[in-house]
Write a protein of this length. Sequence first.
Length: 388
Amino acid sequence: MNPAIKPRVAIGIFVFLLVIVLTIIVAVPVQSAWKIWGLAITELMLLACALVPALLLKWDLKEVFPVKIPSLRQLFGVLVFLAGSYLSVLAINMVIFYLFPQGLTDVSNQFLYLFRSVPLPVALFIVAVMPAVCEECLHRGFILYNFQGVGKWATVLAMGLIFGIFHLDPYRFLGTAVLGVLLTFIMVETRNLLLPMLFHLLNNAFSVLASLTSEPSAEVISVPLTAVGVYLVMAAIIPFIFLWGSRLLKSKEECRNHPLSKRAKLFAIIVALVLLISGIAIAAAGILQTPIFETAFTASVDKDTPPNILDFSVEKDGSCIMFLDIQGSGVITTMIISKDTGEEIYNASYESISLEGGISIEAGEYTVTFSFQTDQENAPVSVNLLIK
């Protein structure tokens, strides 16, 4: 290490701010023009932002970017952390989808188009392998190296904040900040850059592979309040997953010499209880919500049966849950929900269907129209619709 210039937080923050500026004036235009290939160029730029300052400052690269062969126990610990992070980000995204359905739907669609713009092996290399190496060298390598002397948890939280800001996406800030916290914790505990790289690679690879089973949504993805509560209840297990993973990062001897503290156990229990209680309360609130609209009818229809037209009003914007049950024999029922402006927010035809799903509704006046198509006389049909 260059004795004249020692690592300090100011250097790490300066390089981070430089990266933000370069991202805005270089990476964003490049990615806009060249899509996924622009992302590859961006990752190389990030790697340069990690290596060049370390070389100019004449620091020992083995200290800045420490790598060693991990143990099988540590590798399993990373997988445990990955499972916990998946549940964490899933719960966070449910909340974000509920609050900002349009924003996160747009972000999800952008990633789906990006991942599918090239063959799968190319997408995996650019989206999973390159960020795992380049971004980790920058964040858990150079920037983290400059936090020497700062407390462990202050460092972990600060690096999580930095990683969240780094992505320049308000809808993904919380999720990426949590990932930054976990990646930094793994690095601080092990001093082995290969482990956060592995975590990062698997996390991104999972996103790419998951895109193979998803389709871009032309409609806004909305999440009902009840679903938010259910995911928060599920998230109550997360603190214990992270406790388990943290022990796996240490050797058995280290665990014997440094048993889990009562404070850590108590903190995990408190967080789990907060998630559990809040999740139950939110789910109950969703179940007990006053219906916005409800109708049920049974009829015998033929080709001359006029549409059944019903009106309702919505007082405020929000994500709602829709329960629809249509049972018919030889009759196709079309349901259209439209605003008073004529804009349709739902249009589908079924013979028989039972479904439950989210729907995003703005404040205003609405019309529900049920129309019937059949060649039979007195074809039976029953409809139950609940929106709340």
